[in-house]
Design a binder for this molecule. Structure first.
Ligand SMILES: Nc1ncnc2c1ncn2[C@@H]1O[C@H](COP(=O)(O)OP(=O)(O)OP(=O)(O)O)[C@@H](O)[C@H]1O
Ligand SMILES: Nc1ccn([C@@H]2O[C@H](COP(=O)(O)O)[C@@H](O)[C@H]2O)c(=O)n1
Ligand SMILES: [Mg+2]
Length: 239
């Protein structure tokens, strides 16, 4: 039986969660009082996972096609799609106290502090009744990864990595035409540097853990999705 969430997420960088309760999908919330990821303690954990919860992280450089493929995965396999970038952009244009910080960070292609991003992701994990999640564009750094693992006490079931040459990513981003403030050559150059310095170590981490599924992101959307489909067929037999 799904129970109504009673957790409230207080809007602070230190991510206090003030009430105990449990989300529709079994995500549980505990009081926790820590600030930075390094201060999180065992007692602060937010969500022992519902036993059937499946979390897939979706990684890849800017413009590699993560969002495009996630839409296809949602249609075909019924996952809920959480894009960290979309959540941050939504927060940015809301009345949030973090709005201008998020705007500046995205313009510069840098990474928003994990406390903010994890809070937005947790809110989505706890809402609705889905228990299969694609978390797109997260973790973007070891700090993101460690914060998520410490706060939730859980790891992804598997990780997709869209591997795409830089020239192709640049071409795709510059012709995306969705009015994003970071779709320009200056920000793109910065994003590519951040991708190499901060995102790739996360990719390596999951490769070493045997959780990474590398997808060749070059080809038509359907060709790329055929590889994705094979990964889902493989993981559905082990998750
Ligand atoms: N296989 C493909 N071939 C050509 N263009 C593609 C392909 N997949 C996606 N695109 C296009 O490339 C652009 C970037 O794709 P998408 O937004 O899915 O990337 P992303 O990885 O989510 O990027 P970001 O990290 O910047 O959000 C879009 O305009 C999309 O339509
Ligand atoms: N974990 C994340 C994800 C994203 N950001 C910031 O948002 C920008 C856009 O993200 P997309 O996934 O939509 O490409 C990204 O360049 C970062 O500035 C973040 O900080 N942390
Ligand atoms: Mg995207």
């Amino acid at each position: 039986m799904l129970r109504r969430a009673t957790a409230t997420l207080k809007s602070t960088l230190s991510l206090h969660i003030t009430k105990e309760g449990s989300g529709h999908n079994g995500y549980r919330f505990h009081r926790f009082t820590s600030g930075s990821p390094s201060q999180f303690q065992e007692k602060d954990r937010v969500c022992p996972k519902h036993k059937d919860t499946i979390i897939a992280f979706v990684l890849g450089g800017p413009g590699s096609g993560k969002g495009t493929q996630c839409e296809k995965i949602v249609e075909t396999f019924g996952f809920k799609h959480l894009s960290a970038g979309d959540l941050l952009r939504k927060e940015m244009v809301s009345d949030s106290e973090y709005g201008s910080m998020i705007l500046d960070t995205i313009k510069e292609g840098r990474i928003v502090p994990s406390a903010v991003t994890v809070k937005l992701i947790l809110r989505e994990l706890a809402s609705g009744d889905s228990h299969k999640f694609l978390i797109d564009g997260f973790p973007r750094s070891e700090e993101n990864r460690i914060a998520f693992e410490r706060i939730t006490g859980s790891e992804p079931n598997f990780v997709l990595f869209f591997d795409c040459p830089e020239e192709e990513m640049v071409k795709r981003v510059l012709s995306r035409n969705q009015g994003r403030i970071d779709d320009n050559i200056d920000t793109m150059k910065k994003r590519l540097k951040i991708f190499e310095a901060l995102n790739l170590p996360v990719v390596d981490y999951y490769a070493k853990k045997g959780k990474l599924h590398k997808i060749n992101a070059v080809g038509t959307e359907d060709e790329v999705f055929e590889q994705v489909r094979r990964v889902f067929a493989q993981v559905s037999t082990v998750t």
